[in-house]
Ligand binder design. Structure first.
Ligand code: AMP
Length: 131
């Protein structure tokens, strides 16, 4: 069965899209640790990020770098934290999280509740800052 992220890429499940390339897709995490928490994924469904072929791996991280600059321009924060976990969704993804302290990277902490309008506004603002 296709992963939830493959279904997002296929347009079967909605997402708050930020940007995409031919091979990669960036969208807001639905259960964010902070406003602007973004996921960057390869469109191809591969579970473990370290199993991506070299070209796709490089493209994914290069795209994540581009997206991180746009998040940083949009969301006031000290910097953008990056994490790869993948215990919940078996489709490679990079978390990009606006942070101010080490605790902001704690995935066991309470998530931020946002309305659909807020998600839309954040995604559109970040998307506008993609260079
Ligand atoms: P992990 O696999 O542990 O790196 O975590 C997966 C992340 O995907 C979590 O932060 C979830 O909130 C997020 N997530 C799960 N389903 C969706 C979805 N439909 N749209 C956006 N983010 C999602």
């Amino acid at each position: 069965m296709a992963s939830i992220f493959s279904r997002i890429v296929a347009g079967e499940i909605p997402s708050y899209r930020i940007a995409e390339t031919e091979s990669c897709y960036a969208f807001l995490d639905i259960n964010p640790l902070a406003k602007g928490h973004t996921l960057v994924i390869p469109k191809q469904e591969i579970d473990n990020i370290f199993d991506l072929d070299e070209a796709l791996y490089q493209e994914l991280f290069s795209f994540a770098k581009q997206v991180s600059h746009a998040i940083e321009k949009t969301i006031p924060c000290e910097r953008i934290g990056m994490s790869v976990i993948g215990l919940e969704v078996p489709h490679a993804h990079i978390h990009l999280i606006p942070i101010n302290t080490l605790r902001d990277m704690d995935f066991s902490k309470q998530r931020v509740a946002l309305t659909a309008e807020q998600f839309q506004e954040i995604a559109a603002s970040i998307a506008q800052n993609i260079v």
